[in-house]
Design a protein around this ligand. Structure first.
Ligand SMILES: [Zn+2]
Length: 100
């Protein structure tokens, strides 16, 4: 009986539990995005931060985070004049996984 001495499970486990989480950095392309460009700015707090001009606050970078903020009550209230546009946002959610 031959035993398989290689036990990949331990090493796989090790690499699976990375200490570092993937951090999304701010992307310049977001500034040209029709849904973001009216309010988004690069934060001066760091590369992984974005800034909302309307709410005057820093945000975590990431497509989903930015969309979440865009649709948050706080933001929508202030950004009232763009309210009509949000109805067209649905198609966007499907794309949120893909990189812009
Ligand atoms: Zn905002």
């Amino acid at each position: 009986m031959e035993e398989d001495n290689e036990t990949p499970s331990s090493s796989t486990l090790k690499s699976a539990s990375k200490e570092r989480k993937y951090v999304q950095k701010f992307k310049a392309s977001w500034l040209e995005h029709p849904d973001f460009k009216t309010w988004l700015k690069k934060s001066d707090k760091g590369e992984t931060k974005a800034y909302c001009k309307i709410c005057d606050c820093d945000l975590v970078c990431g497509m989903s985070e930015l969309l979440k903020h865009k649709n948050s009550a706080k933001h929508t209230k202030k950004d009232g004049c763009y309210f009509a546009m949000w109805k067209n946002v649905n198609f966007f959610e499907q794309k949120s996984d893909a990189r812009y």
